[in-house]
Design a protein around this ligand. Sequence first.
Ligand code: SF4
Length: 333
Amino acid sequence: MTDVLIRAEGLSVGFQLGGGLFRKDILQAVNNVSVTIEKGSFFGLVGESGSGKTTLGRALLKAVPITEGHARYNDGEVDVDIASLEGPALKDYRKRAQLIFQDPYAALSPRMTVRDIIAEPLEVMKLTKTREETDARVREIAAKCRLNLEHLRRFPHAFSGGQRQRISIARALVSGPQFIVADESVAALDVSIQADVLNLLKQIQADMGLTFMFISHDLSVVAHTCDHVAVMYLGRLVETAPTRKLFAGPRHPYTKALFSAIPSLDPDDRGKAQKLTGEIPSPTNQPPGCKFHTRCPNAIDRCKSEEPQLEGDGSGHEVACHRWKELMELTPA
Ligand code: SF4
């Protein structure tokens, strides 16, 4: 049986808007999400901007408060409820769960050398006792991220985007985490560099036995990286499946639209794309029923009043759509 590193159940994140006494608007960024992330896996989280994927990733890092539900983290050494972490237990969790930022240009202080940038978490968390110990750990992690001693003496401006992202990765790894949230970590890079950074992440995962949550708006990037994919729309999971199954037969109309956004090399396919029209609704003003009904070409009256729940077929493939079976029969994958 596979070990589970993170199990979230009914997890919600809401932010109160406005400072007035009588303002009660809630921005419901994540709504009743249940998700299981197996130890040593590369878990992909996909959706448009505004879908809540970044907030879900940050909630699992306890970087934003979980307002409802539970998320359990168990790496074999510690078994904790992320939502209720505080004090020394939260400090300990910071070592174990780390974030790789999207923008390697904004994430690195221009005034610090690469050595100091990578060493900072060790010093802040007091994980090493001497400078020699810190330097040895920095060199060890830098080498894993293909950075040499000469690189450690330089400042971030001397590096390309791909090299800067490798510095960000080294900084995230230096505390010895088990769980890494990589939030759009290749989105700011040229396509030719993306593959290099993705290969590095896969290599590190294999070598160090880490668990990744890989957040992306781009299904084509997820295809080559992740073992399992969850698709989010307006704070909810709408489809989740092993990557192979999802790519062989997406079931939710939103997932299908995301697939259509992947550029095809086949000129005959280009005209068939089912384009997403309209914009994702505001989380402060969510439509009733299925949250996707305002943009779904398959919506019927039921979709406007009744919210579909995730349902599985026993194979690990789950979808939240009233019509998925019927639609699959009409247009088989
Ligand atoms: Fe479309 Fe209805 Fe399915 Fe929602 S439930 S995705 S509106 S068909």
